[in-house]
Design a protein around this ligand. Structure first.
Ligand code: GLN
Length: 531
């Protein structure tokens, strides 16, 4: 197995995660089996408890792990399925070390960062791949110079000492800021961040330079000289024009895959990257146009609904359509629904927690139902649709989820008894992949073209089966059910162009070259019923 370590310098938000994912895509295209993983230096045991304001979306894996959103990039750009072993935080490392200490596993030794913490990290490098993996790419979160990141870097340095030179490669992402007054790109911050890495004992083999302007040859020479990296290993990563999905091709143009393959002494035939050329071609020359409103609470945050936005883009690609995503603040909708909703070709309500904005979302769902606008509800978006239908079609006055009103006379969404757990906030989460059986006459079945599916979950509340018959009698279609626990997973409105709402998160399983079937069908419906 070969190991690539990706670090970042100068600033955060450099797109290290995307660079790692795009490199993974390039290597995979050359026939190598790739796995990606992320080390995050913060102390939370996982990002599950962090607010979207802090950390963007929480990305959920099949095994139920709540992980960093970079794992979403990894899964979208490569085909390997990730597990909870592929996201490690300092909190998790310390938790494990302290448990061992309490158990007496260290046999009386003084427990220290080196070697105990670093050994734990190294263990996760050795075990991060698996038998079916040729190349393991490990990205370190944060920026060189952060105190928190040091044990991880130290572990990587030690690791490199334990394996052969040709088995490990260090890739450092950095920024070349453009100074308007000077009219030039500056290399000094990059030099300094590489100097910091070398101080720790890590010499990067490849330097990936984020830049708004093309690099001159002189600059490559200078970076090479001061950073001790061969000129050909100084890679330019310009901001991409239209889409992040151009990145694999852009990096390919810089021959980064050849450098990696040469350094790691791998044998992998070149590839014409047809899959990625197709994606980019369809993205850049769409035949149709469609406008989708996403109604949420964290609408101003770029990353809070990352996978949802990406899945919409994938569905656009598969329908040869460019999708304009209109981000709508649920609280604004309460004030003037028609103004915000009338021009939309489709309305999507993503997942969420807490009651702020719920009434606005209910108004949006009602608008979609009454006006025949295609509607796609995800998790909370499904619960909202059920509440709306109960109140306004089935006449269940003040129906609600007990999450928002614990005294509602009609708790159409509730926490089930076996999910109740007073040790966690409001109950246990249903997390990760769960089976769902579709009913044959549904839009969902038409989309998936199969009866049994599996999708990822992250929620506490459920459709209340006590109201199932009543809602069905009033025309609601139960289109998907968890066969093991008889939980309602999908609802649809039959006499509507396309109204599908799901208790799970399909956005975690969509890829640029393989749009999720429900997203693809939603966009197709939005195109078909376009106003
Ligand atoms: N807040 C809802 C629940 O816990 C929905 C969660 C979500 O949308 N991910 O059930």
């Amino acid at each position: 197995m070969k190991y690539i370590f990706v670090t970042g310098g100068v600033v955060s938000s450099l797109g290290k995660g995307l660079t790692s994912a795009a490199l993974g895509a390039l290597l995979e295209q050359r026939g190598l089996r790739v796995r990606l993983q992320k080390f995050d230096p913060y102390l939370n045991v996982d990002p599950g408890t962090m607010s979207p304001f802090q950390h963007g979306e929480v990305y959920v894996l099949n095994d139920g792990a709540e992980t960093d959103l970079d794992l979403g990039h990894y899964e979208r750009f490569t085909s390997g399925e990730l597990s909870r072993l592929n996201n490690l935080t300092s909190g998790k490392v310390y938790e494990t070390v302290l448990q061992k200490e309490r158990r007496g596993d260290y046999l009386g030794a003084t427990v220290q960062v080196i070697p105990h913490v670093t050994n734990e990290i190294k263990e996760r490098i050795y075990s991060g791949g698996g038998e079916d993996v040729d190349v393991l790419i490990t990205e370190l979160g944060g920026t060189i110079g952060d105190i928190e990141g040091l044990p991880f870097l130290e572990a990587m340095r030690q690791f490199a000492l334990e394996v052969e030179r040709e088995d490990v490669l260090f890739l450092h992402c950095t920024l070349l800021p453009y100074l308007k007054a000077a009219g030039e790109l500056k290399t000094k911050p990059s030099q300094q961040s590489v100097a910091k890495l070398r101080e720790i004992g890590i010499q990067p083999n490849i330097l990936v330079c984020r830049t708004e302007q093309p690099m001159t040859n002189d600059m490559r020479q200078k970076l090479s000289l001061f950073c001790n990296v061969p000129v050909k290993s100084v890679i330019e990563e310009m901001d991409v024009e239209t889409s992040i999905y151009e990145l694999p091709l852009a990096l390919k143009a810089e021959q980064i895959d050849d450098l990696v393959i040469e350094h790691l002494e791998l044998h992998a035939p070149d590839n014409d990257m047809k899959v990625w050329h197709d994606v980019v071609r369809r993205l850049k020359a769409p035949l149709h146009k469609v406008e989708i409103g996403v109604v949420g609470k964290y609408i101003e945050l770029q990353d809070a609904y990352k996978s949802v936005y990406e899945s919409i883009i994938h569905a656009g690609i598969s329908n040869d359509a460019s999708v304009r995503i209109v981000r709508l603040d649920a609280e604004e909708i309460e004030k003037d629904p028609v103004k915000h909703l009338a021009s939309l070709d489709g309305i999507l309500i993503p997942g969420g927690f807490g009651d702020r904005g719920t009434e606005g979302k209910i108004i949006a769902a009602r608008y979609a139902r009454e006006n025949g606008t295609p509607y796609f509800g995800l998790c909370l978006g499904m619960q909202i649709a059920v509440i709306e239908y109960a109140r306004n079609v089935a006449d269940l006055e003040a129906a609600n989820s007990t999450e928002f009103d614990s005294d509602t006379p009609h708790p159409v969404i509730h926490i089930m008894d076996d999910q109740k757990d007073l040790t966690t906030k409001g109950g246990n989460m249903r997390l990760g992949a769960c089976p769902c059986r579709l009913s044959e006459d549904s839009n969902s079945y038409h989309a998936y073209e199969q009866i049994d599916i599996e999708e990822r979950h992250r929620h506490r509340f459920e459709f209340n089966n006590a109201y199932r018959a009543e809602l069905e009698k009033n025309g609601l279609r139960i289109a998907g059910v968890n066969p093991e626990r008889d939980l309602v997973e999908i609802i649809e409105i039959p006499d509507h162009p396309w109204f599908v709402a799901v208790q799970f998160h399909p956005e975690f399983k969509s890829k640029p070259n393989a749009a999720h079937p429900l997203f693809a069908n939603f966009i197709a419906a939005a195109l078909k019923y376009k106003k």
